[in-house]
Write a protein that binds this ligand. Structure first.
Ligand code: SF4
Length: 508
């Protein structure tokens, strides 16, 4: 389904394809028509897409799934999750109802279909990834199912041919009392709605919660519980498909176009990747940053950068990887090259000018793209590191302080570091400890952010000046800074600005 400038089949060989293979190839490139907004993803995609579409659609879906996962980590109720996810879905995977008659319907549904299958490939490799993917996809399906137009939803359910037996009128009358008893007294008459008979194993949750009547191995499910039935079926089919995909995966390793993209996507389950957006350097209301302002601004830095800043202040020195991480971050918040050189020169106060110029100045200029590098990077230098990069690089050695402290510090050391920067609420620290124990490092960081800015977040939510995507999960240290600064300076001439979510315009 991938189209690219180069093909793995040489033109000469292609001409000799057998009759059967040609037939198969023709069938492979059919455009599909998407009749429904909801999809059980039974048929794999067959049309061509470019490698860029392949990657971008998958990244957008991943963003949606990871925001859903973040909702469960933060124990949001189903209503809060639906509310929060609305604008995330509108931004990354809009899916209009058929009644909207939008000209984008087919395109939106196609992206949904393809991105599901791409992530299926990326997350089929291990049991753990499969389980997570299945759980999040089920949540997404359920969210859309609830939100779907009633008539379209019914038409979709009918199209599934799920082999449910409709309970006939005579049987309904015969079992009336038992059906109503199982329905919990909320229904006056069993004629009020349709009932279905299914094998009880297909609705274990309803049986466990005694919300259905069971007779001779069949559960009698009222139509209002239809969602449980459909969702259980969705999960069952997806789990089976993931098993099959995992067995087919070794063959994909041979594809040198897809393997690196899929590897990158599955890594993004640690923390979704976000490339640096230059909008993070344009902060309305923040006057030009210079070498002297960094101490004050460090109050708004994420822990990874605060640790580097504090180490630099304590030792008047920082090791190579820490310097690089911090330089790129400072560049990303808008510090000019000249001011950055001045900042490091002043910070390395125990060092002679000569030594600084010989050993350190060049590396700073290099990071900014002022010298060295290939012609592509010249003038731009390197991009500030994302959380994903910091969370997946090799652990720092003795004396090094780069990386993400939520991952690199021991839990006790992390908690005392957080206390030193003012995070002193016992419950928050306890949950952070649990988060890092489960390797949910960026979730812990977001939890600390939310706690440290809770008053301000409440304000922008209450007055509606920021949307849910403006407050989505932070996955880039530069987004952390920008959002923190804006929130802490509300009402100082920066209200009404769009703060720029972590998934904004991507730039390498
Ligand atoms: Fe920095 Fe990201 Fe770690 Fe937070 S999660 S401390 S922003 S690397």
């Amino acid at each position: 389904m991938i189209r690219h400038d180069y093909s793995r089949v040489e033109p000469k060989r292609r001409a000799n394809l057998s009759h059967k293979k040609k037939q198969f190839a023709k069938a492979e490139f059919q455009e599909q028509n998407y009749e429904h907004r909801l999809n059980f993803y039974i048929l794999p995609p067959t049309a061509e897409i470019t490698l860029e579409e392949f990657e971008q659609w998958a990244i957008n879906r991943l963003k949606v799934l990871s925001e859903l996962e973040a909702c469960t980590f933060r124990n949001k109720s189903p209503e809060e999750t639906a509310e929060y996810m609305k604008s995330i879905l509108d931004k990354y995977m809009p899916m209009r109802a058929g009644t909207s008659k939008s000209q984008y319907l087919q395109e939106e549904r196609k992206k949904d279909h393809y991105s599901h299958f791409i992530l299926r490939l990326a997350f089929a490799a291990t049991e753990d990834l499969r389980r997570r993917f299945s759980r999040l996809e089920t949540m997404l399906f359920q969210l859309r199912f609830k939100d779907d137009d009633f008539i379209e939803r019914q038409s979709f359910v009918r199209s599934l041919n799920l082999e449910w037996d409709e309970v006939q009128e005579a049987e309904k009358r015969e079992l009336k009392d038992r059906l109503l008893a199982a329905a919990g007294g909320s229904m006056k008459n069993s004629d009020e709605q349709e009932w279905f008979k299914v094998d009880w194993e297909r609705v274990p949750v309803l049986v466990e919660q005694r919300r259905v009547f069971v007779k001779r191995g069949k559960a009698y499910v009222p139509q209002r519980e239809q969602m449980s039935l459909v969702v259980a079926e969705f999960t069952k089919k997806l789990d089976e498909a993931l098993e099959l995909t995992s067995r087919a995966l070794p063959r994909l390793d041979e594809d040198d176009r897809l393997a690196p993209i899929l590897a990158h996507l599955s890594q993004s389950f640690t923390a979704p990747d976000a490339a640096y957006s230059s909008s993070d350097a344009n902060i309305d209301g923040l006057s030009a940053i210079n070498a002297n302002s960094i101490d004050t601004l460090s109050q708004n830095f994420p822990l990874c950068m605060r640790v580097l800043h504090n180490t630099l202040r304590e030792n008047s020195h920082l090791k190579h990887f820490g310097r690089l991480q911090y330089t790129l971050f400072l560049k990303g918040i808008g510090l000019s090259l000249e001011e950055c050189i001045l900042f490091w020169r002043k910070s390395f106060k125990l060092m002679t000018d000569d030594k600084f110029t010989k050993e350190y100045r060049y590396n700073i200029r290099h990071a900014y793209g002022d010298v060295g590098g290939d012609s592509n990077r010249r003038g731009r230098g390197y991009t500030p590191y994302s959380c994903q990069k910091l969370l997946t690089e090799p652990l720092p050695g003795p004396g090094q302080t780069h990386g993400c402290p939520y991952r690199t510090f021991t839990p006790d050391n992390l908690i005392s570091t957080l206390q030193r920067v003012g995070v002193n609420e016992r419950d928050v620290l306890k949950t952070v400890r649990e988060d890092v124990g489960k390797q949910r490092y960026h979730v812990a960081c977001n939890r600390v952010f939310e706690w440290s800015h809770k008053k301000e977040i409440k304000k922008v939510k209450d007055d509606g000046s920021w949307s849910a995507t403006d407050l989505d999960t932070i996955v880039h240290p530069n987004t952390y800074f920008k959002r923190s600064w804006l929130l802490k300076h509300l009402g100082e001439g920066n209200t009404g600005i769009v703060p720029g979510g972590s998934g904004d315009r991507m730039e390498e």
